[in-house]
Design a protein around this ligand. Structure first.
Ligand code: V47
Length: 364
């Protein structure tokens, strides 16, 4: 009797022996992979890379403004969908830094693309933050914000990033990637930097020793082939540079934006997304669940579907997702809440720094 060829078995064999799967196989997993089976495979990859560690960091966000030159129809944060236009002054931003607890390790700065602010404004902001808290790791400005401020200054990407690095830029967050497919990108965020520009900025940063994260906005008008195309472009860039720390799938939330007619995808779809990202991105060390976007319960479950990083304590400092309909309207988690959540998922909580070095946790 001859054995019947089963493509899912063949993909599982590849993953178990540490071989890379192809784009066609990635799409096939989305179409035919059963959730429990995908979770099992993703868990294998996760544990190979990170053991049973589940990481978190003490961090907070600063969102400098909601005034934006772009009109992304999925966004609930910008002034286009808000009753008010606001911008924090530099002293107000610096007060937030001064007031942040001393044991906070990372500051994430991202927001709208303000038409009047240039690279010198944001460079001097970094310098002032570092004068107050030299040890704070500053992960700042998505590639879309960087593209605008660098072009406005007439610098090349290289010159712009080099300047910001001297001002105190430590790493770059993964925002603005949305979906790389050019047709979809034009439809949902046509005014934003192109996919090629997003990738070029991250590649240049990596070459300069500035590491970064990558995101993908999923669960809107894209199909499985678009998701795999996005992951494939990231995987190729990571092969060239190794500069990405983590991949963060961002579930589209449909409140208060111009895509509110699109229903949000199911939890099954979310877990498939995490699992297939973990399987496909064989050269990424970490897959992050951003709990302010998807809620605590779902992020806890994601630890069994390939995720090894829970982002951070946040300290009630982001509104991007609460405005878009996320469960936590004031996202803040204490270290002890974070630790309990991770322990409930049968993982080992590990406090980390921005480079994923373990920190011994002494207080909650
Ligand atoms: O680029 C905006 C997304 C991103 C919605 O690097 C939305 O560690 C869902 O990139 N539904 C910004 N998503 C946030 C971001 C991020 C978050 C956490 C950690 C890191 C990191 C980066 O938020 C945007 C966009 O993709 N977004 N609106 C929405 N309605």
């Amino acid at each position: 009797m001859t054995a019947c060829y089963d493509p899912l078995n063949s993909i599982a064999g590849k993953v178990m022996s540490g071989k890379r799967i192809s784009p066609e196989e990635g799409i096939f997993l989305f179409e035919k992979g059963e959730l429990g089976w995908l979770g099992m495979l993703a868990d294998l990859v996760r544990s190979r890379k990170n053991g049973d560690n589940a990481y978190f960091i003490r961090n907070f966000h600063i969102e400098p403004t909601n005034i934006c030159v772009n009109h992304c129809i999925f966004c609930s944060f910008s002034h286009h969908f808000s009753p008010t236009r606001w911008e924090l002054t530099i002293p107000a931003i610096l007060d937030k830094v001064k007031q942040s607890p001393k044991n906070i390790r990372e500051l994430h700065i991202t927001g709208a693309v303000h038409p009047e602010r240039d690279i010198y404004y944001y460079g001097s902001l970094l310098q002032k933050i570092k004068e107050i808290r030299p040890e704070l790791h500053v992960k700042a400005y998505s590639a879309v914000e960087l593209d605008y401020m660098i072009k406005k200054s007439g610098m090349t990407i290289n010159e712009g990033l080099a300047y910001l690095k001297t001002c105190g830029l430590d790493s770059i967050p993964g925002g603005g990637a949305e979906i790389f497919d050019e047709t979809l990108r034009t439809n949902i965020c046509g005014m934003k930097s192109s996919a090629d520009t997003w990738l070029k900025i991250h590649e240049t940063a990596h070459q300069m020793g500035i590491f970064s994260n990558a995101t993908m906005l999923y669960g809107h008008i894209e199909n499985y082939a678009h998701r795999i195309d996005h992951l494939e472009r990231l995987r190729q860039l990571q092969d060239r540079t190794g500069g990405f720390n983590a991949f963060i799938p961002l579930k589209f939330r449909n409140t208060n934006n111009n895509m509110s007619d699109i229903p949000e995808v199911s939890v099954v779809e979310d877990m498939k997304m995490y699992a297939i990202a973990r399987i496909y991105l064989d050269n990424f060390s970490h897959i992050k669940a951003y709990w302010p976007a998807v809620g605590r319960a779902l992020s806890k479950v994601s630890l069994s579907f390939g995720v090894d990083d829970m982002d951070g304590t946040i300290n009630d400092s982001t509104r991007i997702y609460s405005l878009a309909g996320a469960e936590d309207q004031n996202p803040v988690m204490t270290v002890s809440e974070m630790t309990s959540l991770i322990l409930e998922a049968k993982r080992i909580p590990v406090e980390r720094d921005s480079s994923y070095n373990a920190i011994s946790t002494t207080d909650s």
